[in-house]
Design a protein around this ligand. Structure first.
Ligand SMILES: Cc1cc2nc3c(=O)[nH]c(=O)nc-3n(C[C@H](O)[C@H](O)[C@H](O)COP(=O)(O)OP(=O)(O)OC[C@H]3O[C@@H](n4cnc5c(N)ncnc54)[C@H](O)[C@@H]3O)c2cc1C
Length: 541
């Protein structure tokens, strides 16, 4: 780093001298080619899918745990901050951009080893830079009977980082972090801890059991800034004997509440073991392609949508059933029909038996033509069998006029994407109320209400709200963020606290009760007294 570059990153807390000393230390540790200060590379790391002004002075690319320890020791010694990034695909939530200004990015992409795999027990231990695609290819090469659930995000995103963000996947074990154990974590001062049974040298259950014995530490390192996770074990599910995809559609907008209550029943009784997604009509339409520029100008109104979707439909749902035996699968389909039939207008269950390409589609209610918004059912089968795809990345380009083929680089292509993620009881009337409030707010700000409900748990629903815009349209960055803030304010006022935050919403939470926030801050102070690791990420100063 030159003197000139250092001057730009100087802060009262981190002087240019501190950064110079840190860069010298990192260069000695990693070699100059892994300490990136090139302005273009730094600019890319500073760019998210919404407006940011944080500056990234340097990008470090360690390849081993020892190098991560060294990077953090140098940071602590010099009092400069680092922000971890595994693959940097945290689109709509901040990408690689740190929460606070003047943090170096600790890019863990080179730590991409699959460390351990056990076919008997269905466990996989990986480093942060391993991608979803890499896991799928690895399991294929092993001829494994297991599969790994994927997300709607990029094939090149990181399962480990996704778990740390408490991200959600499609299929069984969709609540990803709940099915992990044995974390290896580097603390801000460079010390290393191992969680659960993996803390013992010869533990036979290190990769098999979450809690270990005594206090459980795993939870401290998800959605936090207390350590850099360098290893994690994931549990895998066997490929099902029969995979079923149920698609359903509700035509009356008021039909959401009974549908949600029926989903709760199916989850609680165990018929549904995997997540379900329910899209509103705007989201279903946007998933098919880009904004219909040839017919309309933004924002698309409900009237416009009616003309574009003459077949109608208010809510579109999809869920998956994984069965070992065809008799089980048939029983599940019958039960689904019993519970969902009365609250849906169209319901179809498609079956695929393992090892066969053939898909048997069973229509239980309504007319098959109304299932068109779900697209090709074989694409859904690929995804639900754990085949990652770039298909849903296209939604980030919804408002772009000149969508770049490939849809790979939303930051470079100036796609505007902001997520808001309130957590709502899985209770029909509240879900319906939240949908109404949010649709009104989004429409009032001049965007299309693109949202969905993810039923990943038995008692709560993830409200997945997507603000999509074109960053090249003047004023839209500010308008979209104002809309996001209004949504979170309205939801929090109603008691619907977000379950996941982005760098744009880290300060959105209300004060915690009692001494809870103080305790968390004391933990941060204890583990990271100089505040060098991801300041502002979930835990404030
Ligand atoms: C169209 C679209 C669809 C999406 N679908 C989904 C979905 O289905 N499910 C879902 O969960 N998300 C989804 N996302 C959001 C996001 O893209 C994914 O969560 C993605 O996995 C995050 O990127 P990443 O894995 O590269 O993590 P990163 O960007 O590398 O990291 C995410 C966060 O974790 C922290 N972190 C990373 N690595 C470490 C580490 N080793 N130690 C400590 N902290 C670390 C980082 O500081 C960062 O804040 C979607 C986004 C879009 C735009």
């Amino acid at each position: 780093m030159s003197e000139g570059q250092v001057m730009k990153v100087m802060t009262p807390r981190t002087s240019d001298d501190a950064w110079l000393r840190a860069c010298a230390g990192w260069t000695e540790l990693l070699g100059p080619e892994q300490v990136l200060t090139d302005p273009d590379q730094r600019r890319a790391a500073q760019t998210a899918t919404f407006a940011t002004d944080q500056r990234v002075p340097v990008i470090l690319r360690p390849a081993t745990r020892a190098e991560v320890q060294g990077c953090l020791r140098v940071a602590t010694a010099c009092g400069v901050a680092l922000y971890p990034s595994s693959r940097g695909c945290n689109w709509g939530l901040g990408s690689r951009v740190p929460v606070e200004d003047r943090c170096g990015v600790l890019d863990l992409g080179r730590m991409n080893r699959i460390v351990d795999f056990c076919e008997d027990m269905g466990t996989l231990t990986i480093e942060p830079g391993v991608t979803f695609e890499q896991v799928v290819e690895f399991l294929d090469q092993q001829g494994s009977r297991y599969f790994f659930n994927i997300t709607g995000s990029s094939p090149w995103s990181s399962p480990l980082a996704n778990a740390l963000e408490r991200g959600d996947g499609v299929g069984p074990y969709g609540d990803r972090v709940a099915h992990t154990c044995g974390l290896e974590v580097v603390l801000p001062d460079g010390r290393v801890v191992h969680t659960g049974m993996s803390r013992f040298d010869r533990a036979a259950t290190a990769t098999l059991h979450r809690w270990g014995v005594g206090p459980s530490l795993d939870g401290l390192f998800a959605q936090s800034n207390l350590g850099v996770v360098t290893r994690m074990t994931f549990w895998l599910k066997p490929r099902p004997g029969v995979l079923q995809i149920a698609r359903f559609r509700v035509d009356d907008p008021a039909g959401l509440a009974p549908l949600i209550d029926a989903m709760r029943q199916l989850r609680l009784e165990g018929t549904l073991g995997a997540g379900a997604g329910i899209w509103n009509d705007f989201r279903a339409f946007s998933a098919r392609g880009l904004f219909p520029w040839e017919h309309q100008t933004p924002p698309l109104t409900r009237e416009d949508l009616g003309a574009l979707m003459p077949e109608g439909g208010a809510w579109f749902g999809l869920t998956t059933l994984y069965s070992a035996h065809i008799k089980q699968a048939e029983g599940n389909a019958a039960r689904l029909h019993e519970v969902l039939g009365p609250v849906t207008d169209t319901l179809a269950v498609a079956f695929q038996t393992q090892g066969s390409e053939e898909i048997r589609d069973l229509l239980l209610e309504g007319s098959p033509s109304t299932l068109a918004p779900f697209g090709d059912v074989s694409t859904a089968f690929a995804m639900m069998s754990g085949r990652p795809s770039v298909a849903s990345q296209r939604s980030m380009y919804w408002r772009k006029r000149d969508a770049t083929p490939g849809f790979q680089s939303p930051e470079r292509d100036r796609c505007g994407v902001i997520w808001a993620c309130p957590l709502i009881p899985l209770h029909g009337p509240q879900v319906a109320e939240a949908s109404r409030i949010v649709e009104q707010l989004i429409s009032a700000h001049g965007f299309e209400p693109l949202f969905s409900w993810v039923v990943q748990h038995e008692r709560v629903a993830y409200f997945i709200i997507l603000l999509i815009y074109d960053r090249d349209v003047e004023g839209d960055d500010a308008r979209a963020m104002a809309c996001h803030d209004a949504i979170l304010d309205a939801c929090i006022a109603r008691g619907w606290i977000p379950w996941r935050l982005g760098i744009h919403s880290m300060d959105a939470l209300p004060e915690g009760r009692g001494d809870t926030d103080a305790l968390v801050r004391e933990l941060k102070q204890l583990l990271d007294p100089s505040g060098v690791l991801a300041p502002g990420r979930y835990i404030g100063g």
